[in-house]
Design a protein around this ligand. Structure first.
Ligand SMILES: CC(C)(COP(=O)(O)OP(=O)(O)OC[C@H]1O[C@@H](n2cnc3c(N)ncnc32)[C@H](O)[C@@H]1OP(=O)(O)O)[C@@H](O)C(=O)NCCC(=O)NCCS
Length: 167
């Protein structure tokens, strides 16, 4: 299922789309597009195979695109597991950073998960990723675990959790 969502503060000229169950015809087009963006931002050792991931029923994507030409500028990958959701990936292309797009992606995930009765979001983030850690902290995530060498020698991971409250 694909839904256009409103999360308030997305800068003008961009749209968000939540994809919770990607139909095969859309998946074939979407998988290489997301993979291409991911390749520019994350090490290849951390790449997902989206042609496989998007087939899973509990995997969802939130996409930020330019209005009009629909160029993908950011994405968030999540996985729903009973009462909690994992935030697996989040990225915004370099030229569009600092505009609040990632915050909108996270807000949109919170909105979706609350609607579905999910109260906790968890994630792993590399300690060295300061902008991401600042973003998560500003969204209310708290560090609950620290694992040295999780991503490889010298690359520490932090586990963060957001316990969502009722509005
Ligand atoms: C982390 C990332 C997704 C942030 O995207 P973004 O769209 O630029 O973030 P936003 O503009 O929504 O910023 C929201 C908040 O995050 C924090 N933040 C974002 N970038 C920051 C930076 N470079 N330095 C410090 N804080 C930063 C701030 O608190 C900011 O709020 P503010 O603008 O009111 O100060 C982006 O830098 C990115 O794609 N990085 C590479 C991939 C990555 O590290 N992903 C996360 C690990 S899975």
């Amino acid at each position: 299922m694909t839904t256009a969502v409103s999360v308030g503060t997305l800068p003008s000229g961009f749209v968000l789309q939540v994809i919770t169950a990607c139909p095969p015809k859309d998946r074939d087009a979407l998988a290489p597009t997301v993979a291409k963006l991911e390749k520019k931002i994350f090490p290849s050792s951390e790449a997902f195979d989206y042609s496989v991931e998007l087939k899973k029923k509990n995997i969802g994507l939130i996409l930020a695109s330019r209005e009009g030409n629909q160029e993908l500028v950011g994405y968030l990958v999540f996985q729903r597991q009973k009462g909690l959701a994992w935030l697996h990936k989040l990225a915004v292309i370099e030229q569009e950073r600092g505009k609040g797009i990632a915050r909108c992606l996270v807000n949109s995930l919170c909105q979706q998960m609350k609607k579905g009765g999910c109260r906790t979001i968890v994630l792993w983030v590399e300690e060295a990723r300061n902008p991401a850690r600042a973003l998560y902290a500003s969204c209310g995530f708290e560090q609950i675990e620290r694992l040295a060498d999780y991503y490889g020698p010298g690359r520490t991971a932090l586990k963060m959790e957001l316990a969502m409250v009722e509005n």
